[in-house]
Design a protein around this ligand. Sequence first.
Ligand code: HEC
Ligand code: HEC
Ligand code: HEC
Ligand code: HEC
Length: 391
Amino acid sequence: MKKYLLLLIVLVALGVFTACGEKEPTVVENKNGVVSADQWAEYYPDIVDSYKANDENKTVYDHVEEYPMIATVYEGMAFNKFYNAARAHTYSLEDVQATGRPHALANCLTCKSADYTAIVNATGVTAYTQEFDATFAQLEEPISCYNCHGNDVTSLEVTHQYVTNAIGTDSGISTETLTCAQCHVEYYFDKETKAVTLPYNSAEEANPEDILAYFNAMGFADYTNPRTGTQQIKVQHPEFETYTAAGSIHASQFSCADCHMGEATNAKGETYTSHTWTSPLDNPTLVQNNCAACHADLKGFVEGIQEKAETRVYAIGNDLEALTNKLAVAVESGKYTEEELNAIRSLNRDAQFYWDFVFVENSEGAHNSKLTHECLDKAEDLIKQANALFK
Ligand code: HEC
Ligand code: HEC
Ligand code: HEC
Ligand code: HEC
């Protein structure tokens, strides 16, 4: 009997001990059904601190000033007047309100707020056609835990349904990478539903050539240049497609998180995954531990790749500007048939697509330099073909 009593005491003590050691998180959802970053702070202080540290990444710079050719290349859409480079995830709500580009519908909140993702998941595609201001007023969290974990941060979850719709669940691409693909992708708004849609139906088709074919088959255009009449596609941050497409050296080995979310150590010597999203070049510990064995000078190596890519982006951007102006003169001249103009417009459209695919990709060539130069080669060749058609 005594033996059993002792066992009982031990069991109770054990129970109490585990209950204290692994306190079951008591978190509550906000009105939109999202557990906020602040709610997790008590249980994952290091991760939440590292997440809040994104606030230190404040730099905003204006692309239009740096790349004057885009005033012409993007003429006909709001990007040509105000186009700031990306900064940290935690500023997403602030930045979307301040872009200076007009907002009509709530669908452009898709990659800016955990709350908005939860609203879409709860109400379906009708959330995309809600009015921007009214929806914006309901949001509390910027990009946050929910976007990549749902409300259980012990696992990763793709919460943006359009990624699964496009890529499926058996692509072989890691969930780590797919969580980033929820936003760092090329997308368009469906004509009828205004739903965010990715321009491919499998991971294999997530490459520039197939994406252009997809847009061309549906006759899609984001904007029409008012002087040339060219229907153009505005590419947006295709990091996922660039990194996973053929030519990528590390795609089968590293997920996005492996280079952008390094391991960190707290004061007690415990390790955790840093949630400060940065360039690997700004993370010396990561480079030392995971890259230096093969890259003695990663920074110099990457800068070399970027300089080569950027020099061509600049030069070809200028060629596109010149082509646009030449085409505008041709349209005005009355010396060309509509058919002749359309042939030039078509080449202009495709050239700008390939150039833009590189220009708006945030790694400046580092994610896949082979693909980067293939795109630039195509843009250059298409511009040459277009120029050959002028009388
Ligand atoms: C942009 C996507 C993203 C967001 C937002 C995000 N996480 Fe993570 N989280 C990850 C990835 C990727 C990992 C690493 C998983 C792996 O390596 O398997 C991770 C790992 C974790 C882990 C596992 C423990 C560890 O140290 O690796 C916890 C806990 C966690 N995150 C909590 C949070 C909390 C709390 C928030 C909000 C403050 C948050 N995450 C926001 C992507 C995200
Ligand atoms: C819910 C949308 C969303 C998800 C998910 C997301 N990002 Fe982002 N990310 C953004 C947006 C939007 C920006 C630009 C922020 C701004 O300027 O307001 C950004 C910016 C960045 C930056 C640049 C910060 C800088 O210094 O300029 C890095 C690096 C980054 N993300 C990496 C990642 C990685 C890695 C993942 C996956 C683990 C990921 N992101 C998942 C939306 C997202
Ligand atoms: C093999 C390492 C590696 C992997 C994996 C990787 N990146 Fe990068 N990424 C880089 C490098 C290097 C840069 C250029 C950094 C710089 O210019 O300082 C970069 C730049 C970026 C930037 C711009 C950040 C800035 O500070 O300017 C974003 C955003 C980004 N990557 C997102 C992603 C996403 C999303 C994925 C997965 C689809 C991914 N990366 C996979 C190495 C990697
Ligand atoms: C096992 C060796 C190895 C490791 C470890 C390694 N790399 Fe690489 N990496 C390579 C090789 C080889 C290349 C191709 C070199 C070339 O093109 O000259 C490369 C190329 C790259 C490129 C350029 C990709 C392109 O398309 O041109 C980047 C960026 C990069 N690595 C970043 C990283 C980062 C960040 C880490 C650490 C997280 C890392 N690498 C770890 C071997 C490695």
